[in-house]
Design a protein around this ligand. Structure first.
Ligand SMILES: N[C@@H](CCC(=O)N[C@@H](CS)C(=O)NCC(=O)O)C(=O)O
Length: 236
């Protein structure tokens, strides 16, 4: 049995063996999110969870000392991980996009999910480029030494080509998702923010006003500030 199923089964047994003499049924346990404040993948998951209104237990992880339970749920050891510990629907989501889609499919009051198949394909294509080539270039730009590079400038410039396409899109429509903030905006913003913060003066000097305005508005939003609140590390 996979580790994640094992943990879920234990949780289900625990619920099943609770005394049944109580007048009211026990409330379903909330999902648990293992998260790390500065992780862009975790940020996008927290944004979707928050906008969906789903209550969850936040467990802040220290990446250098990951909780054993997190590793039991998801041996690959990345955050975010969402543990859905309801007895009837006990499963583990350990990809940030899966967490976003799960949350929004439960409840999507602001219409973040793309309305058509074509819009969903468009959002997923943006996210695939973000999580693939752009994230790779971002890592090389931010930490050139880790990639054996003297400088991150070449990767910065390659990444900037794609950022200019986002700027062009944002000149034509207010948000990446179209008229309203949506899945693509939430999924990409934490990564564009990390790129911008690597060298703020350089970012500010580029000719991408729509992109800079888009990022600034998201960083100033109530939603973003709410999901960036600090949590003490979870003590297992
Ligand atoms: N594909 C994963 C990637 C998640 C990821 O790489 N998270 C980083 C933090 S930003 C992590 O947990 N790295 C493990 C580590 O640093 O030990 C997702 O979308 O959730």
């Amino acid at each position: 049995m996979a580790q994640s199923q094992q943990s879920c089964t234990k949780a289900a047994i625990y619920t099943a063996t609770m005394p049944n003499t109580l007048a009211a049924p026990l409330p379903a346990p909330q999902p648990v999110l293992y998260s790390f404040r500065r992780c862009p993948y975790a940020m996008r998951a927290r944004m979707a969870l928050r906008v969906s209104g789903i209550a969850y237990e936040h467990r802040e992880v220290v990446l250098k000392n990951k909780p054993a339970h997190l590793l039991a749920l998801s041996p690959k050891g990345t955050v975010p991980v969402l543990w859905l510990r309801r007895a009837a629907d006990c499963k583990v989501l350990d990809q940030s996009l899966d967490i976003m889609l799960w949350a929004l499919r439960q409840h999507d009051p602001l219409g973040w999910l793309p309305a058509s198949d074509a819009d969903m394909a468009d959002a997923l294509a943006l996210i695939a480029h973000n999580d693939g080539p752009f994230k790779h270039q971002l890592d090389c730009y931010k930490y050139p030494n880790r990639s054996g590079l003297d400088s991150g400038a070449a990767d910065r410039d390659e990444a900037a080509v794609w950022l200019h396409t986002l700027d062009a899109r944002l000149r034509a429509q207010p948000l990446l998702a179209g008229e309203h903030f949506g899945l693509a905006d939430a999924a990409l913003a934490p990564f564009v923010r990390q790129f911008a913060h690597t060298d703020p003066a350089w970012f500010a000097a580029q000719a991408w006003p729509a992109l800079a305005q888009w990022l600034g508005a998201i960083e100033a939003s109530e939603l973003f500030n709410a999901i960036m609140q600090k949590h003490a590390p979870w003590a297992s």
